[in-house]
Design a protein around this ligand. Structure first.
Ligand code: 5RP
Length: 227
């Protein structure tokens, strides 16, 4: 069976009727949302409301009839379920290659339980060793930001669409991608440096945020829990 499907399915046991659920973005979460819609359709789950993290998740949830609400109406979510691009053994993540990192982070910090669903290809020893770190930047002095990012020990580029125009997030911002040749030596320090820089809106490091990571692999499901 498809590994993303298995990870998504394993998250269903953490849901109960009446919950307000953060709905992440990306292909693994899309499977989770479809499975959730199916549970609602057959009545195994009832009275669920979702909080979406992207325009594409909103469109998917609406097309499947999942009722949506907002953080303005519910300041605490029972659970937030999302995918990730990389996960390490401390449950730290790189997210955002689906371009939704800002809303994903905003929703995640409001959840009592943040559950991450990934297949085993996403598990790394060191963050940044497999994928670039996405960084959301304001569309002003963009190249100056990219030049500055390049001083941080990475090769940074503005994320471009195939036609050469900048990739634009749901928030109207641009994205840079930062490749670290040896992975991230100190993710906490980098997160701090990025968060202090005017013009950097958010970055894809999700540190000390996930409560549980569900990893699907060819040997079965492994669950890692924050101690
Ligand atoms: C979107 C994300 C996604 O969760 C991440 O890119 C993983 O996506 P997929 O499940 O398609 O591999 O962070 O911004």
């Amino acid at each position: 069976m498809n590994l993303k499907y298995q990870a998504a399915q394993a998250a269903l046991k953490y849901l109960c009727s009446g919950m307000v659920i953060g709905l992440g973005s990306g292909s693994t979460t899309a499977i989770f949302i479809q499975l959730l819609a199916e549970r609602l359709r057959v009545g195994v789950l009832r009275d669920i409301q979702g909080v979406s993290t992207s325009e594409s998740t909103t469109a998917l949830a609406q097309s499947l009839g999942i009722p949506l609400t907002t953080l303005d109406e519910h300041c605490t979510l029972d659970v937030h379920v999302d995918g990730a691009d990389e996960v390490d053994s401390d449950l730290n993540l790189i997210k955002g290659l689906g371009r939704a990192l800002l809303r994903e982070k905003i929703v995640a910090i409001h959840a009592k339980q943040f559950i991450v669903i990934v297949d085993e290809t996403k598990v790394v020893r060191r963050l940044g060793s497999r994928v670039p770190l996405p960084v959301e930047i304001v569309p002003f002095a963009t190249l100056a930001q990219v030049r500055w990012l390049n001083t941080l020990g990475c090769r940074a580029e503005l994320w471009l669409e195939p036609d050469g125009s900048p990739a634009v997030t749901d928030n109207g911002n641009y994205l840079a991608r930062c490749w670290f040749p040896e992975g991230l030596e100190d993710a906490y320090h980098l997160a701090q440096v990025l968060s202090e820089r005017p013009g950097i809106v958010e970055h894809g490091l999700f540190l000390d945020m996930a409560h549980r990571v569900i990893v699907s692999g060819h040997e079965g499901i492994l669950e890692m829990e924050r101690k």
